[in-house]
Write a protein that binds this ligand. Structure first.
Ligand SMILES: Cc1cc2nc3c(=O)[nH]c(=O)nc-3n(C[C@H](O)[C@H](O)[C@H](O)COP(=O)(O)O)c2cc1C
Length: 146
């Protein structure tokens, strides 16, 4: 059975809302998903999943240091050939999800294009997009692990 890990950093809960909607989409396609704040995950455990979905909001035109370090540890654990996705809430520039996708691609992950960015608090339409991403990720992981 394929499995997907959703990892997020969220300060006010907007990226967390996105993460939960993505998880809902994955479950709708009957794929197992585990979702947690990044500090509750061990990077070497995340590396065991077939699909890895990472989200962060943007601060000072980048991602915060703790999530950047987490991703570096995850890459060191070995994630080449996995399916990935990146997402995040932002205010005005939204670099974090783009940088996450870049890090994952450089590590040999097949990251779904485009990354999903939502301005501030997601509305119903935004959450529907998140559910869509979860479904797409689940379909891609199922195909790959068949
Ligand atoms: C101190 C601070 C710095 C921020 N810097 C940026 C930034 O450089 N670019 C941007 O797009 N948003 C920036 N934001 C906005 C946040 O990314 C935005 O509020 C986002 O919705 C927070 O999502 P979260 O609740 O998941 O953390 C900043 C917010 C704060 C409080």
């Amino acid at each position: 059975m394929p499995k997907i890990a959703i990892v997020y950093l969220s300060t006010q809960g907007s990226t967390k809302m996105m993460a939960e909607a993505i998880a809902e989409g994955v479950r709708e396609k009957h794929v197992d998903v585990d979702i947690n704040n990044f500090y509750e995950w061990d990077p070497s455990d995340v590396a065991k999943y077939d699909g890895i979905c990472i989200g962060s909001s943007t601060f000072y035109y980048t991602m915060l240091e703790p999530i950047a370090k987490f991703i570096d540890k995850l890459i060191n654990a070995g994630i080449e050939g996995k399916i990935g996705a990146a997402f995040g809430s932002y205010g005005w520039s939204g670099e974090a999800p783009v940088l996450i996708a870049q890090k994952m691609r450089d590590a040999g992950v097949d990251v779904i294009d485009p990354v999903l960015r939502i301005q501030y608090i997601p509305n119903e339409k935004d959450l529907a997009e998140c559910i869509r991403l979860g479904k797409d990720l689940a379909i891609k992981v199922k195909k790959k692990t068949k």
